[in-house]
Design a protein around this ligand. Sequence first.
Ligand code: G3H
Ligand code: 13P
Ligand code: ZN
Length: 322
Amino acid sequence: MIVTTAELFKIAYGKFAIGAYNINNVEQAIGLFTGNLEAKAPFIIQISKGARKYAGVKMLEGLIRACDATFPDAVYAVHLDHGDEKTCYDCIDSGFYSSVMIDASHEPFEKNIETTRRIVERAHAKGVSVEAELGMLGGVEEHVKVDEKDARLTDPDDAKVFVEKSGCDSLAVAIGTSHGAYKFRGSQGLHFERIAEIQKRLPGYPLVMHGSSSVPQEEVERINAAGGKLDPSAKGVDENQFARAALLGVTKVNIDTDGRLVWTRVHREFFRDHPEKFDFREPGEVFKKEYAAFIVHKAQKLGSAGKLDEVRAALATAKTAA
Ligand code: G3H
Ligand code: 13P
Ligand code: ZN
């Protein structure tokens, strides 16, 4: 069942975080639904511009509708990840998306507000909610000076002004994470004091953490042992910190890279161990299972595992009250 992102946020805020996973193909979609049902977790499906180009807009929509029919107990929202203005309008007008992200964080502050405001007006008219981004996501490496590190993180006062002026429904904040497999050097990690300051200015307001993959060392080692050449210094977010972040208002946690690592490990190991094989459905079967197990693990760390009944009950109460 597709629900609104706003409904999920209302239920989860301050208690647990909802995993937002990118999908690109059928094996990933099946693994995603299977894993979340096994964990009894609500979730968010994210579609990037790259995914829309790779699989095709209609194909992705058809895939999700087919999963919905195949897994009728699943409760999830559908979200555009890292949209530009045109793609946001496409998704809003399609009637298929629960929420869109406008990524205008590279724009100057006022321009980011203006662009986000335009999207919000059009989205809200159609019951779609909007995630915006403020701050500079990116590796905050140890050689970067303290004041420079600070400037890259989202400024709490700016965050409050931004939300008030733009009307966005959730905000992606720069709190030390970055996209991809190389997030931190040395002892770097999440900037909890910054998240707490933002929450103080915006109590009850859902924050989004991009770049939340944990890049497990074991996964990197297995990929490299099967012929991969990933930099062994690859490092991600400590997933044991998700729960603390959730208490501070981080309600959506974006994970993509870790799923790509699962895919790479499964396929590299499969063809290393079975060089004579060429039926792609065989590693595909392994991947669906491994991806589902990975989703169960993430749901446990996010605190969303086991919440499905509570979410269904809250949705039903909200419907009766409306
Ligand atoms: O943050 C971006 C996501 O990992 C999606 O990546 O744009 O390559 O599909 P993509
Ligand atoms: P990762 O690269 O850490 O998986 O982040 C994904 C993301 O932020 C998608 O928007
Ligand atoms: Zn992202």
